[in-house]
Design a protein around this ligand. Structure first.
Ligand code: ADP
Ligand code: ZN
Length: 741
């Protein structure tokens, strides 16, 4: 089915401006209004992506509507050029406006998010492509036959050398040889070419009854452009991915595009292979690891409807889809969906918004949904589909706590005798164990035994973390690093610096001592120079060549390790401390996810949680696996406190190099809280942020609490708008804050 020919809604419903007509343009520059220009020679469409002069520069913009004309008409300049890109669709513009209003982000910043592809203003560049020629090759080999049959299968399409040789599974010289024989034609064509089409006639795996029922509920409404959001909850390994790929198939068959958001896209090699097996072609990837050229191609083809399926990180939500019918947010509870820098948006919530504007379906998939989504389903705003059994023989692991108060621990050791015995048992049986500790580096604290100093970061109020592998101290807040010193920076005494507490690197040391014959691997984001190296490590583990994996939360995310049967959680209490509103929820999710790594194939798994508080309600809920009870209790507590999702929060973070000025601005705001009081909201602060200094800037936080259903954004905008910004003061507004540091 061809998207271009199938649907032309919207193509013509945008206005067209003749040469010289006044148009208003939204640019990516930080200016809080639209600018007037004249339509260029040949005119331009509403939504056209254009290059316009601004002062001495050329900037990117989008034709937003008719010009306003309240400006000296003789000085209005023409648009320089209409760029080679599909005009921005009305629903995309509406999405940017509403997402900007929700997050209190200026529209120009929203447009920057939506045009994050390099070289959009460049003229189209050319590349060599290959298509079927007229001649037969003199000598036919298996490899040659494979190349020709790929070209035949895809009719008149052409491919780059890399695509064609990969699809045919041959070296590029085979293709070149065919070119010499005239069996394949080499041509110049624009570099930004359409992506191979997904074959939706291929069948997925035969589904179990409950999977089929879930898939059927997700497979409707695409042709009718019906908006719906579904929470797809299912234990790890229950086949959620299998099920939502059926929804993707239904959406693509209806001629619409689909987007799958993943939290750690760079790590999803297994996932991409799976999609390719399902649809016979690679989907479009969109994340920080994608090359510049490929990003531009993806952006343009998505806009033209010549890319059907995008697998991406959260920013893929701002791609200019021509007709988006489905957005899947996998691991919807994952904190990385919240952008914590610049425009502070939550990609999960914005997916629901975009789906509602586009007449699309949003599917929020998770084994451990966020309380927000659980509550929305509970209130009937979202559908809920549950997959309760694990696929096939795989069963959820048995979970037990190890009460650390009763274990005989040597100083500087973190693996209890009980856990060690369990690991030893797996090694003897040739099975894999995972030791989970959510802390990167060697030791979280470096203490001087002479003066008691704990080495801290010079720019932040954070301790430096020793990374022995890199022989450096690193601040996990700002990234600042320095070589590990010999002498204490405070008292200058040498040889007295001691590591306190464990990180994954130190666990690796303990494991090497305790299990000298075992093969181990450490999975921590900072230990790999590239996404590729990390992918390789994950593949090695999946292939089973490793006895003990030591990992941070990186391992909690959706990988399949078939030989893994034991998960040992080194410090289950870690996430229970701290003042975070969501500490209990996060700990519950993380522990359940990690435990879900064990026993995915035929061998049943076991999860052992080392804890000093086995009676803690969160630990008990994890052990008993009674998720509904956990959520219901958490929901009651939040409702009673008027906290999200039953009440609303917004934060203001003021930062300045001068600590006084940030505080003064906060006090000003606190004194002038009229706009907030008028909607019944309460203001707390200003208070020094828990991490009071980051990158040399002093940070002050204010928290706003309101009831659900009030016009909080409007009130916030009025309130914060009273501040007189100066050169030093930065103001960030965080609607629905996830973190409170
Ligand atoms: P989830 O996304 O819920 O973790 P997956 O969809 O990844 O679950 O399924 C877990 C494993 O079980 C995968 O290896 C998948 O291929 C397999 N699986 C799930 N459902 C089926 C099925 N109906 N037929 C064959 N294999 C399946
Ligand atoms: Zn720092």
């Amino acid at each position: 089915m061809d998207l271009l020919s199938h649907d032309n809604q919207g193509r013509d419903d945008q206005g067209h401006y003749a040469q010289g007509e006044l148009v208003s343009v939204l640019t990516t520059q930080p200016i809080d209004r639209l600018l007037d220009y004249r339509a260029p020679a040949g005119g331009c469409a509403e939504g056209a992506v254009v290059s316009v002069p601004l002062g001495p520069r050329q900037v990117l913009g989008v034709v937003w509507g008719p010009g306003e004309g309240n400006y000296d008409l003789s000085r209005i300049r023409p648009i320089t050029r209409v760029l080679d890109a599909a005009p921005m669709r009305p629903e995309m513009r509406e999405f940017l406006i509403r997402a900007g209003e929700y997050t209190l982000t200026p529209l120009s910043a929203m447009l920057r998010l939506a045009t994050r592809a390099p070289g959009l203003s460049d003229p189209p560049s050319m590349q060599k492509v290959y298509r079927l020629g007229a001649q037969e090759p003199e000598r036919m080999t298996d490899a040659r036959r494979r190349v020709l049959s790929v070209l035949e299968e895809y009719g008149g399409l052409s491919f780059t050398l890399k695509e064609l040789s990969e699809m045919a599974g041959v070296t590029s010289s085979v293709v070149k040889g065919l070119v010499q024989h005239g069996a394949v034609r080499e041509e110049q064509s624009p570099r930004d070419t359409p992506y191979p089409r997904m074959d939706t006639d291929r069948r997925g795996k035969p589904l179990t009854d409950s999977q089929a029922e879930a898939a059927a509920r997700l497979a409707t409404g695409y042709a009718e452009r019906r908006y719906a959001t579904t929470l797809l909850r299912g234990v790890t390994g229950s086949g959620k991915t299998e099920v939502y790929l059926e929804a993707v198939a239904a959406c693509l068959s209806a001629g619409r595009q689909a987007l799958v958001l993943l939290p750690e896209i760079a790590l999803s090699e297994q996932f991409l292979v799976r999609v390719e097996q399902r649809f016979g072609a690679k989907p479009v990837e969109w994340h920080s690891g994608v090359t510049m050229t490929e990003r531009r191609r993806a952006w343009k083809m998505v806009g033209r409807g010549e890319a059907q399926l995008v697998i991406g990180a959260r920013s893929a939500l701002f791609l200019p889809f021509r007709d988006l019918g489905l957005i899947v947010v996998d691991e919807e509870h994952d904190t990385s969906y919240k952008q914590e820098d610049g425009a502070l948006y939550n990609a999960r919530d914005m997916s629901v918004l975009r789906a509602s504007i586009a007449g699309a379906r949003a599917v929020l998939a998770s084994a451990t949904p966020s309380l927000e989504s659980w509550a929305n389903a509970d209130a009937g705003k979202y559908d809920r589909v549950d997959l309760d059994a694990r696929f096939g023989a795989a069963v959820l692991p048995a979970m037990h706590s190890i009460d650390m108060r009763g274990e005989r621990m040597e100083p500087g050791r973190w693996i209890s005798p009980s856990l060690a015995a369990a690991v030893q048992g797996r090694i003897a049986r040739g099975e894999q164990s995972l030791l989970f500790l959510n802390r990167r580096g060697y030791a979280p604290i470096t203490l001087c035994r002479a003066c008691g100093e704990q080495i801290g970061c010079e720019h932040c109020d954070a301790r430096m973390v020793e990374h022995r592998f890199l022989k450096r101290l690193v601040c996990h807040q700002c990234g600042e690093g320095k070589p590990m010193p010999e002498a204490c920076p405070s008292c200058q005494v040498e040889g007295k610096l001691a590591p306190i507490g464990p990180g994954v690197e130190r666990m690796a040391e303990e494991v090497a001592g305790a299990f000298p014959e075992a093969k181990t691997a450490v999975l921590s984001s900072d230990l790999f120079g590239s996404a590729r190296a990390l992918k390789q490590a994950i593949a090695d583990i999946a292939d089973g060549d490793i006895d003990i994996v030591i990992g941070t939360q990186l391992v909690a995310k959706g990988h399949n390790f078939p030989r893994l049967t034991l998960v040992g959680v080194i410090d289950s209490d870690l996430g229970l401390q701290g003042s975070d509103l969501r500490a209990a929820e996060r700990t519950f999710q993380l522990m359940r996810q990690v435990a879900g790594r064990a026993g995915r194939a035929e061998t049943p798994g076991e999860a052992l949680l080392q804890t000093h508080q086995p009676e803690h309600p969160v630990i008990r809920a994890i052990l008993t696996g009674d998720e509904e009870a956990f959520w219901a209790a958490e929901a009651d507590a939040r409702r009673a406190a008027g906290m999200p999702p039953y009440g609303r929060l917004a934060a203001v973070i003021l930062s300045a190099t001068d600590p006084q000025s940030a505080f003064r601005a906060g006090q000003d705001l606190a004194r002038n809280a009229g706009p907030l009081h008028s909607v019944g909201a309460q203001v707390f602060g200003p208070a020094a942020a828990p991490i009071a200094r980051v990158r040399g800037r002093h940070r002050v936080r204010m928290l706003v609490k309101a009831e659900r259903g009030v016009a909080l954004q409007t009130a916030m905008a009025k309130w914060v708008g009273q501040l007189r910004p100066d050169r030093d003061l930065r103001v960030a507004v965080d609607i629905d804050p996830q973190s409170f540091y």
